[in-house]
Design a protein around this ligand. Structure first.
Ligand code: ADP
Ligand code: MG
Length: 322
């Protein structure tokens, strides 16, 4: 994406919230980042405060993308994967933080959430384009290059060691949530606390709009009001492969190396996007029963799981009386 096309896509829509002088006004802008459209809404005193803050927040998202993207050949994570196996590589604070959260969740989910699934995920991306199942031998070879236990983190030195050649990290299930958090933090540093950042299915909320208890968002059949929290939704609705009459999700079951076939949509509320994003994917793989156990162990998180004609909410899900 060139800077001029990014500028062209920058829609500085200023919506007047109230005619009263001195009241904050609502500003909204949308830019393409991380393979999707990112929307920022914020309340500011005026254009002079809003425009540079929007610019800085989107620049931060672009920075996080250059660190975490699997699609950009020269992203930091792709460079890490090209380093010789067994060598500790110093990484940025952003990448380390995301990998640390990923490894914690990998351990907690018994490996169902696993960012080392890159080689398998790449095969499935190709399968989606071709409309053909990945070849069994290719899948076997790719799976042999996965496994979260083969990635070691050293928090003191802030280094990452990949134990095996040909490993590929894929942060598609955690990066957008983290980027939304990072953008919100940039706004906050500039004194803008009433804001939301939405990277397609991953939304991070700051303080609520003036006069409101939270930002309103529709999930399933309910309208929620959220503040200082994040919500993410994972599901096969948008990205999947239809092969031989079966629908394979872009979410992979590490136990089989196959895309999930059970129709399941999971929304997770958590304090931060890094957590809601990764948990929504983890719960999708774990399924309702094991997924709810994982959610119960994480403070201030809640999940809504829809699939097979049932909708199940965790005890903490807003609006649920339990
Ligand atoms: P979306 O990208 O639609 O927001 P998710 O947050 O659920 O959805 O992320 C799905 C992405 O996560 C996949 O496209 C892939 O890059 C990655 N992924 C797939 N399966 C797993 C898994 N079991 N553990 C970790 N990441 C996964
Ligand atoms: Mg996710």
């Amino acid at each position: 994406m060139t800077s001029s096309s990014r500028r062209a896509a920058y829609l500085a829509v200023s919506l007047v919230w109230t005619a009263c002088a001195g009241q904050p006004r609502l500003f909204e802008a949308v830019e393409p980042h991380m393979g999707t459209l990112v929307r920022i809404r914020l309340y500011a005193e005026g254009e002079e405060q809003a425009a540079p803050a929007m610019h800085a927040a989107f620049a931060r998202i672009a920075e996080v993308d250059r660190e975490l993207s699997d699609y950009l050949p020269d992203s930091e994570v792709n460079r890490l994967c090209r380093a010789p196996a067994g060598t500790p590589v110093a990484v940025s604070a952003d990448l380390f933080r995301v990998l640390e959260a990923s490894q914690d969740l990998a351990a907690e989910s018994g490996g169902e959430f696993d960012v080392t699934l890159g080689p398998v995920i790449r095969l499935w991306r190709q399968a989606r384009r071709d409309g053909l199942m990945p070849a069994a031998d290719a899948l076997k070879e790719a799976r042999a290059r996965t496994g979260y236990a083969k990635m070691r983190l050293d928090a003191g030195a802030r280094t990452v060691t990949l134990a095996q050649a040909g490993m590929q990290l894929d942060l598609g299930a955690i990066g957008k949530g983290y980027a939304a958090d990072a953008a919100l933090a940039v706004l906050c540093e500039r004194g803008i606390t009433r804001a939301l950042v939405a990277a397609s299915g991953d939304l991070a909320f700051g303080d609520p709009p003036p006069g409101h208890g939270g930002w309103r968002i529709g999930i399933d059949t309910r309208v929620l009001e959220l503040r200082n929290a994040a919500v993410s939704t994972s599901g096969a609705a948008q990205q999947h492969a239809d092969i031989g009459g079966k629908r394979y999700s872009h979410i992979i079951d590490p136990a089989s190396g196959l895309g999930l076939t059970a129709p399941i949509t999971v929304s997770v509320i958590a304090p931060r996007g890094i957590e809601s994003d990764s948990l929504s994917t983890a719960v999708s793989v774990l399924g309702a029963e094991r997924g709810l156990k994982l959610i119960a162990k994480r403070p201030h998180t809640a999940a809504l799981i829809a699939g097979g004609g049932r909708v199940i909410a965790s005890p903490g899900w807003p609006g649920e009386k339990r």
